[in-house]
Design a protein around this ligand. Sequence first.
Ligand code: MG
Length: 458
Amino acid sequence: MRICLLCILLLSAPGFAAADAPGPNVIVIFCDDLGYGDLGCFGHPTIRTPRLDQMAREGQRWTQFYAAASVCTPSRAGLQTGRYPVRSGMCGSGYRVLFPDSKGGLPPKEITIGKMLQANGYATHAVGKWHLGHLPQFLPTSHGYDTYFGIPYSNDMDTAKDVPPWKEQFADPKSAYWNVPLMRGEKIVERPADQTTITDRYTQETIKHIRANRDRPFFIYLAHNLPHVPLFVSEPFEDVSRRGLYGDVIEEIDASTGRILDALREEGIAENTLVVFTSDNGPWHMYKVQGGSEGLLRDGKGSTWEGGMREPTVFWWPERIRPAVVMDIGSTLDLLPTIAAISGAKVPSDRTIDGVDLSGVLLRQKPSKRNDMIYYYGDEVFAVREGPYKAHYKTKTEFVGQKEPTAHDPPLLYNLEHDPSEKYNIASAHPEIVRQLTERKEAHEAGVKRVQNQLSLR
Ligand code: MG
């Protein structure tokens, strides 16, 4: 009798929403440095991605979906918080990402998707690359995730001692060349991490959580370390792709995604699970053929040209999402409010949230509430999009290794829907549109409160 009374008291307590509002499960699969043109369903001619292609046919393939930044750390901060990373201090003018000697990380007061859903009764699991701080107070377990298993930063960081010169390392990569830790919770369980099996082990960990939580709502954030260089694949995927090693890596990620969807179907919970597949930034051209492809877009990782931030994105939720190719604008910034809307969780109301709720597009064939995008380079606005138009105030083209940005006054203007490759500057024909975009830029900048730059802390 006492137990029953306790149950009633718990269930009626404020904040204990799980029992009366069991939302759908959510899995976010987040690749590292995957280009817009690297999947079969986004046009790659020699990489086979049958499982992702099928996922896209069964769900929604978004063609104008943006990461929050063009490099790893700020992009991840934007996804997790629904806020441009400048608001959390997770971007800056010096260091562009966190490194193994960094002392900073995502500030504890930030609310991640994990934290939001944990408070709503979800089981929350982070698997893979975190890159929002590797010190205990910044790890996933301090940011709303029940468990963590993964490499806490990029797979090329922390070069080991006595390794071959840089070029040779990448010509024939071995896990031992990079002294990256594999962590479970806050403990290092393997170092250097065996990267040849990392995609497979992340997949197994994800499937373990799916099976263990089949009877309660869960959120899994699966952030692959690959296809960020150095490239590694497990034995069954060696030399399978016509695209070479980079293609092998993508084909293993494709198969991994298929295994995860299969596990959801086997457990009978596919119809109650939203799966999102996307990436953190565009392809890394510095590594030439070991980097990916932006397809018909311009430039790649690190750049505010489209190839740096527009990502191949698929939403899947059988019986709920009506299959479509969505050409409206969306962003990883929108995942937090969208997941809040479908799960009944509360979007934080005490801070600026830049994301918008996309559930109307996913579930009700409504137009996207997002009509703009701000493109940051570090903590500076380089470009602004509104509707089909994008104005560049500064550019720095990573593909040609440009060292210093070029300022544009008047700004460059492109119609991204007519000209997705950003080839034809139309600024002189549309001064009124340039003025409107500049007003949008200035209004955004006026609304940003600068905080401590976490990336510069050493
Ligand atoms: Mg990346």
